[in-house]
Ligand binder design. Structure first.
Ligand SMILES: NC(=O)C1=CN([C@@H]2O[C@H](COP(=O)(O)OP(=O)(O)OC[C@H]3O[C@@H](n4cnc5c(N)ncnc54)[C@H](O)[C@@H]3O)[C@@H](O)[C@H]2O)[C@@H](O)CC1
Ligand SMILES: [K+]
Length: 478
């Protein structure tokens, strides 16, 4: 499990630990881990040219002490001081170890030949501008230095967070660092897991510093978590006890959606699928998937919505929403969602455009503030929300947040959402709670897509065809 905590939680845990340790211990732990990560990133230390961008807080202190370690091992380390205020002891240590300061501290990097020259030829630039104490955005001097690194294609390693992003929301309302690697301390921060900020982090390397943390408000499940949650059949299982999913998807207008959603559902843990829809569509489904049973009967959960088009029976869908069985509501089916009734067993799987329609806002607003809008919809409709996108945000009505970060960009293909709806619905029918079904469904969907793609284009049917292998890899790995 990857866990992300808020700035307040991290500060409280740091304060509690610092009270028990000699002064400066935590910063030394952070800086040592950071120095190792920088060396590993560059691939060598002796003679490596490292530029540190130093802001006014302890984030700059981390960078200065990491630079000190590197300078002691023969790296050429240059600190660029972006503010008159900086970590004095950290700079003194760096200078003692043979590091230097690019002249003209506080002035613009453009007008500062030594700093500009150092950045232009650096192997790596270290962003110690701001950490968890930072507000979004970069001041002009910092922005100039970052732009210079980008211009010269010098990779930036972010200390704790890419400076300029909003740490607790993952929003990026202003200019920010785009890192090739982020080295963080103690726990993940929310901006590491939620786009658009997550995309600015690059890979995130976590350095343990011994924090004792409360339960995390944001979690991202990994292989062992998926394995623990998967409803694996036992010797006693039969097709009914494994779960029966009812699928209401596709229409004479969009018969393919039913076929594709079925392929996703059958790749999940269920023992049986009942398809409910127009006869010609049911025939198309059974032609591809002869194991499907057509017509209504007892089910443990419903997946409703993919490709219903204009043939949407709102009354019927509302009746199912009000019934006891859990319901996954997707695509056109979302039009039947209202904010009345007990919906604790309902999982909706909108993309940004669909969520925007539900909330009466613009799509770009949802994309810019994904966590906020997913939370808002979960609260307002009393449902679990799986917001699709490059990182999937899952928000439960009780405030729990899960994030899925393993999706590759090739997954953005027609019908992939139908596969996800079928597959995730199958986990609901297999007995998982909406938030667990959403997390496991999204994870295996992305893992299957990665297996199918291996860096190239894929179709939705290829994604469902690889779910079994992705599942096997997760279940058999120890
Ligand atoms: N507190 C601790 O125990 C530890 C903290 N560590 C480091 O300390 C960092 C937090 O340090 P601080 O609390 O000093 O805060 P920061 O280093 O994040 O800096 C905050 C300072 O920057 C200024 N500032 C805010 N937004 C800005 C912006 N957009 N542009 C320019 N300046 C801005 C603020 O006025 C404030 O003085 C962590 O991110 C981490 O890197 C680590 O050393 C591990 C231990
Ligand atoms: K930073």
């Amino acid at each position: 499990m990857r866990r992300a905590h808020t700035v307040d939680q991290v500060r409280a845990a740091e304060a509690a630990l610092m009270a028990k340790l000699p002064e400066g211990t935590l910063m030394q732990r952070a800086a040592t881990g950071l120095a190792v990560a920088i060396s590993n990133f560059i691939g060598f230390t002796y003679g490596a040219r490292v530029v540190l961008l130093i802001g006014s807080g302890d984030n700059g202190g981390d960078a200065l002490y990491a630079g000190t370690h590197l300078a002691r091992r023969g790296a050429e380390v240059t600190a660029v001081l972006l503010s008159d205020k900086y970590h004095r002891e950290g700079l003194a240590a760096l200078l003692k170890a043979g590091g230097r300061v690019a002249d003209g501290g506080g002035a613009s990097a453009d007008g500062q030949p030594a700093a500009a020259r150092a950045i232009a030829v650096a192997d790596v630039v270290v962003d110690g501008i701001v950490g968890i104490g930072g507000r979004p955005g970069l001041k002009p001097e910092a922005l100039a230095a970052v732009k210079l690194a980008e211009e010269h294609q010098v990779p930036i390693i972010a200390v704790d967070i890419p400076s300029g992003v909003d740490v607790d929301t993952g929003e990026t309302p202003a200019e920010h660092v785009k890192a090739a690697l982020t080295v963080t301390f103690g726990t993940h921060k929310i901006c590491h897991l939620i786009d658009p900020a997550a995309a600015a982090c690059g890979p995130v390397h976590l350095v343990e510093i011994g924090l004792d943390l409360p339960p995390a408000p944001v979690e991202s499940l990994q292989d062992p978590d998926i394995r623990a949650l998967y409803p694996t059949p036992t010797g006693e299982s039969d097709k009914y006890s494994r779960g029966v999913l009812g699928l209401m998807a596709g229409s004479t207008q969009y018969p393919g959606a039913a076929v594709i959603a079925t392929s996703g559902a059958l790749a999940g843990p269920i023992g049986m699928l009942r398809y409910v829809g127009p006869d010609p569509v049911a025939e198309a489904v059974r032609a591809q998937h002869p194991e499907v049973v057509a017509g209504e009967g007892r089910v443990q959960a419903w997946a409703i919505g993919s490709g219903l088009g204009d043939e949407l029976d709102v009354d019927k869908i509302r009746e199912l929403l009000d019934a006891e069985e859990p319901v996954l509501l997707d695509a056109d089916g979302l039009k039947a969602l209202d904010d009345s009734g007990d919906r604790a067993n309902v999982l909706i799987t909108p993309h940004a455009g669909e969520l925007a329609r539900l909330l009466g806002v613009e799509r770009h607003e949802v994309e810019a503030e994904r966590l906020k809008h997913a939370r808002q919809a979960a609260e307002r409709f009393d449902v679990t929300v799986l917001l699709k996108g490059s990182t999937t945000v899952i928000a439960a009505p009780d405030g729990q947040i899960r994030v899925n970060t393993n999706a590759g960009a090739w997954l953005a293909t027609a019908g992939a959402g139908d596969v996800l709806a079928g597959l995730t619905g199958a986990f609901l029918a297999g007995g998982l709670t909406p938030i667990d079904a959403a997390a496991v469904g999204a994870y295996l969907h992305a893992a299957a897509a990665n297996l199918a793609s291996r860096g190239g284009p894929i179709t939705a049917m290829q994604v469902s065809a690889h779910v079994a292998e992705a599942t096997r890899q997760v279940l058999l790995e120890e």
